[in-house]
Design a protein around this ligand. Sequence first.
Ligand SMILES: C[S@@+](CC[C@H](N)C(=O)[O-])C[C@H]1O[C@@H](n2cnc3c(N)ncnc32)[C@H](O)[C@@H]1O
Length: 264
Amino acid sequence: MALQRNVIQVGDALTLIDEVDDESIDLIVCDGPYGVTQNEWDRIADIQTYNLELIRKFSSKLKDGGALYLFGKPNCIDFIDYRPYLNLKRKIVWYQPSRLAQGRINYTNNYDIICYFIKGDRPSCYNLDSIRVSQLVELEHRLRCERVPSVTNGKYGKTKFNGKGKNPGDVWGDIKQLTYKSKELVCRDALNTIQKPEKLIERLVLASSNPGDLVLDPFAGVGTCPVVCQQHGRNFVAFEINPEFVNLANARLEKQVKQLPLVV
Ligand SMILES: C[S@@+](CC[C@H](N)C(=O)[O-])C[C@H]1O[C@@H](n2cnc3c(N)ncnc32)[C@H](O)[C@@H]1O
């Protein structure tokens, strides 16, 4: 691959992707256009067709069993046939109850979706123990596990209480969108439409990659995914079209490198 690892390349992801070797990537975190804002880069006439093209191009870069997470609005993959390329395992709802309820003639949309695809039938990793979340009311949950029949075969006592926590499930309300007060926010302009919380990206990276793996972030924004990769010993290939965002992302990476413990 001509592209350097662990450096954010300035440019168009749809062109730069051609420089990535086929079947070389373990995980893709694709947080690109949603097709809903007035941002120049987000003015996509038909987001579903755009996403199908991303899926087609990016899937060839994934190793067998690799994962692709695609961010978007609830309709972002409606009426397109992604099945020749990838296997949709789950649509994760990222629920944001605090989003301003601006709807007047319809229900306000207060979630994004994150489509979890894999290449092939089985994921090469799903590190559940790295992403468990605590039980809300531990004792109550323990009792429920013992008294509730299994959904699949009706037997009792099959659902074991795990003291390390539970699977986060597919509705994530525990990770809040950043606010202007968030310590990790790099600049006000990155609020809402750009910067994602590190905790959100961290859950994807920890679940679907291992240390030393190669993660592709084609729409790096202000660098949340590269920052998370650096924290957790993953390599990354990243693209971003806006050089100002790349500068902000590089500053984040440099600051973090100074703070991370030295590995000898
Ligand atoms: C939703 S933001 C990603 C934010 C990122 N996850 C973060 O936390 O900072 C989408 C980004 O994609 C960039 N972008 C849009 N179209 C692009 C393209 N064709 N190639 C590269 N970057 C692009 C935008 O400039 C924007 O920063």
